[in-house]
Design a protein around this ligand. Structure first.
Ligand code: SF4
Length: 446
């Protein structure tokens, strides 16, 4: 009796942003269609794929560490190693010339070529040949519209509605690694949202590098998110990451007033100083940014605002840094992601501006902002003490299996005792807040 051939096993590791997590789901679906199987155990994998990120130093360093770990594994048995995503795109020369370990490089627009790249690499390895499969062309059209990613069951499902970015912020590699902005057709997105809701997901989060510049024919982002919030079964609709330049009144009204569109806007400011904002090519001034904050809050003061900040950008003086510090004091965000500037290869800033703020000063600035934001976040969260909030239950709390956790409409984490307050993931529950820290609200039985 003939035995069935055992399909090659793939292990995929994902680094970096949510878009990368989403792309790994796409890759998984694409390769499963071609008969590959996936394993969580990299020790028994025939193929190891690393879906990489070039935006932050941290993710970048982790990939190089993992690659050096794989050297030992590859010496013991046949193994195909592939680097996917932004690093494959941005560091292709480096990874092709200096990294003999890597067999495959595939940029974010080339995942459809992975089945052929993998089978070529496996064949070359069996024949004892050295080969490198390279697919790093950027596309003006690729949106993977026809591939519905295989999602891990849960409460929230991500939907990428657009890819790429045309903004060319001077510190950012995305326009070079993910190419020009392109949006999916709304019909496909709405159909996908319907399937997601039928699978039991309660929340959808619309994803894109500059998600609110979505445009397909007459459809803008406000039109799209409002249509998605009406899909039966969708309890909540969120979005990330928006740019402050793309908030027309229609979108502000949708967020402020639509009951199923979450009252949370992540509004990356990056700096509070006009000269630095100009160098970053952010296309708004401090004043314009603050006017937008005022408009948002005048429409609905309950909208939670969060942000991203870069400290120590090229030539940032103490006085310019103080403008950023004061911006945090003035806006009083609920939370902020605060990063130290690290130069990324091939960006405008890397080509035009010396990375001249000493590392120690950068660290001091980050520490000052983190401490300030922690104080503000605690004060902000304490404003909820005594309030009764609607919470979407996600599952067990990270710190204790005796506690459950969920998120408010404004995306703030709430935890409670599971025995005192039983709940199921996906349920919308009401919780009374009795205490708060910088990152968490604590609830008890009403
Ligand atoms: S908006 Fe700016 S920071 Fe965001 S992805 Fe585009 S270029 Fe990068």
């Amino acid at each position: 009796m003939k035995t069935k051939p055992v399909p090659p096993q793939i292990h995929i590791e994902t680094f970096g942003c949510q878009m990368n997590e989403y792309d790994s789901e796409l890759v998984r679906t694409l390769l499963k269609r071609k008969g590959y199987v996936f394993t969580e155990d990299r020790e028994c994998a025939d193929i190891i794929l690393m879906n990489t990120c070039a935006i932050r130093e941290n993710a970048h360093t982790k990939v190089y560490t993992h690659l050096s770990d794989l050297k030992a594994l590859k010496k013991t048995r046949p193994l195909v190693v592939g680097v996917l995503g932004c690093m494959a795109q941005n560091l292709k020369e480096d990874l092709t010339n200096k990294e003999p370990l890597v067999d495959i490089l595939a940029g974010p627009d080339s995942y459809r070529q992975l089945p052929i790249l993998i089978s070529n690499a496996m064949r070359a390895q069996q024949q004892g040949e050295k080969s490198k499969g390279l697919a790093v062309d950027l596309s003006e059209y690729e949106t993977y519209d026809d591939i519905v990613p295989e999602r891990v069951p849960g409460v929230n499902a991500w939907i990428a509605v657009m890819r790429g970015c045309d903004n060319f912020c001077s510190f950012c590699v995305v326009p070079y690694t993910r190419g020009r902005e392109r949006s999916r057709d709304p019909e496909g997105i709405i159909e996908e949202a319907g399937q997601i809701a039928a699978q039991g997901f309660k929340q959808i989060t619309l994803l894109g590098q500059n998600v609110n510049s979505y445009r397909s024919g007459d459809w803008d982002f406000a039109h799209l998110i409002t249509a998605l919030a009406k899909v039966p079964g969708v309890e909540r609709a969120r979005f990330t990451l928006p740019h402050p330049k793309d908030f027309p009144t229609s979108l502000l009204e949708a967020v402020a007033f639509h009951p199923r569109i979450c009252k949370h806007i992540h509004l990356p400011s990056q700096s509070g100083n006009d000269r630095i904002l100009g160098m970053m090519n952010r296309t708004y001034t401090r004043r314009e940014y603050l006017l937008l904050v005022d408009r948002i809050r005048s429409m609905n003061p309950d909208i939670v605002l969060t942000t991203d900040i870069i400290a120590g950008f090229c030539s940032e003086t103490d006085a310019e840094f103080s403008d950023t510090y004061r911006l945090l004091e003035e806006v009083r965000y609920h939370s902020a992601f605060i990063f130290l500037y690290s130069e990324r290869t091939n960006t405008i800033a890397a080509r035009k501006f010396p990375d001249d703020v000493p590392a120690q000063i950068k660290s001091q600035r980050v520490t000052a902002l983190v401490e300030l934001q922690r104080r503000i976040s605690t004060e902000r969260n304490r404003e909820y003490v005594g309030a009764t909030l609607s919470v979407l239950v996600e599952g067990d709390a990270k710190k204790s299996p005796l506690q459950a956790m969920g998120k408010t409409d404004g995306n703030i984490t709430v935890v409670w005792n599971k025995t005192a307050l039983p709940s199921q993931p996906g349920q919308l529950v009401t919780r009374e807040i009795y205490d708060a820290s910088a990152s968490t609200l604590y609830a008890r039985a009403l």
